[in-house]
Design a protein around this ligand. Structure first.
Ligand SMILES: [Zn+2]
Length: 69
């Protein structure tokens, strides 16, 4: 989900929420609302990026402790 610090102004239909992973304020857009309804957990852009990086590197550092960048 777009982070509020990246996108300070929400658009129509967006709802301010918090990332379930890092707790950063971010926008729940209609797209992510439908993703959530399909059972996936929508996360913020940064967490999605980090998750992708971790998946690609196959590093085993995901022990619930997230470093801030
Ligand atoms: Zn996050």
């Amino acid at each position: 989900m777009p982070l509020k610090r990246n996108v300070p102004e929400g658009r129509k239909g967006w709802k301010l929420t918090a990332c379930p992973k890092c707790g950063e304020p971010c926008w729940e857009t209609p797209l992510f609302r439908s993703i959530a309804q399909s059972g996936a957990i929508p996360m913020c852009t940064m967490c999605a990026l980090k998750k992708g990086v971790q998946a690609n590197a196959a590093v085993n550092t995901d022990n619930g402790h997230t470093r801030s960048m």
